[in-house]
Design a protein around this ligand. Structure first.
Ligand code: PSU
Ligand code: MN
Length: 309
């Protein structure tokens, strides 16, 4: 992919140089900043995650849309301002990109939209907290995140902490299987469930080293197999929440959501905020720690990938 070939895209100088020199780069999303966490913890998280990527030997590229420009790499000031404005920024998934861009607006990119911009820039590894998936109650609502479709088509590896139990984990895995997206467990056979290190579901492949994951990514690319990969990295024990407790909190949050009639793109931000409230911030601490943990692994995978080229 030629750098800057896209006239809507700005690649930060440091990111552009690293890509040109074949050095490791990790993309990061921005909906988690604006819609996933409250201010000021969101800004602290975003800056700490960038530092973690650097400390692990890669260059961070936070993805967003600013004034209609697709950005691969934000400055510290841009991250601060973005985090302050929070949910006033348009949550931007694939369908929203054309209008946010043509109207010169700011957009907070979801996993799906961030993957699109990362792929345009030539970034192959991306870290986040949780991906969107098939929501519980899908039979009624048809609520399936565009993140899953993006994983099916866009060639970016997504490091996450598994599938959160606000979603229907089993159906999310079935969807990914149908779409040909491998779900890899890092040092685990169990699919992590975001706040807890395991669930009752298994991953498709277990990988115990970043090099093992990089080798599979390289093979996939060499063969021209399009689409992403889910790399599920369990939350470290010290930060995990009790799964019984969190499941009860999630069930309450979903009941509140149904009562209030929250639907569509507001669903995930609503549930995250409710869960943070009900756990008195413990879910927020866990969320921050797992993103940092994912950023570190993503940097290691990107580094392993850069030695394969
Ligand atoms: N899960 C989280 N935190 C988040 C999100 C998901 O734990 O911030 C965000 C991500 O940006 C993800 C998006 O891509 O929510 C999915 O939203 P939807 O279900 O509306 O596609
Ligand atoms: Mn949805």
């Amino acid at each position: 992919m030629p750098l800057s070939a896209n006239r809507y895209l700005d690649i930060a100088p440091e990111v552009s140089r690293a890509l040109r020199d074949g050095e490791p780069v990790v993309a990061l999303e921005s909906t988690i900043i604006s819609h996933g966490m409250p201010h000021p913890e969101n800004v602290e998280m975003a800056l700490r995650v960038e530092r973690t990527v650097r400390d692990s030997g890669a260059v961070p590229a936070t993805i967003a849309i600013l004034g209609g420009r697709l950005k691969a790499g934000l400055t510290t000031d841009e991250i601060r301002r973005f985090g302050e404005r929070g949910q006033a920024i348009i949550k931007t998934s694939r369908r929203d990109i054309p209008f946010v861009v043509s109207r010169g607006e700011d957009g907070a990119t979801t996993v799906a939209a961030s993957m699109i911009v990362a792929a345009m820039a030539g970034i192959r590894v991306f870290a986040t907290g949780g991906i969107g998936g098939v929501h519980r109650g899908v039979n009624e609502t048809m609520d399936i995140s565009a993140d899953l479709e993006e994983l099916a088509r866009t060639d970016v590896a997504v490091v996450c902490a598994g599938v959160k139990s606000v979603l229907d984990i089993g159906r999310t895995l079935e969807y990914l299987e149908t779409k040909g997206v491998p779900v890899v467990g890092y040092c685990t056979d169990d699919l992590p469930a975001f706040f807890s290190a395991s669930s009752s579901f298994r991953v498709d492949y277990r990988a115990d080293t970043p090099a093992d994951i990089a080798a599979a990514l390289q093979a996939k690319r060499d063969m021209g197999l399009s689409g992403g990969m889910v790399i599920a990295n369990p939350i470290p024990d010290a930060h995990a929440l009790d799964s019984g407790e969190i499941d009860a909190v999630i069930a309450d949050a979903i009941a509140d959501m149904e009562e209030l009639g929250v639907t569509g793109k507001d669903t995930t931000p609503f549930l995250l905020a409710r869960i943070a409230e009900r756990t008195e911030g413990r879910s927020l601490d866990a969320n921050i720690e797992l993103v940092v943990n994912n950023a570190r692994l993503a940097a290691e995978i990107a580094a392993a990938l850069s030695t394969q080229q």
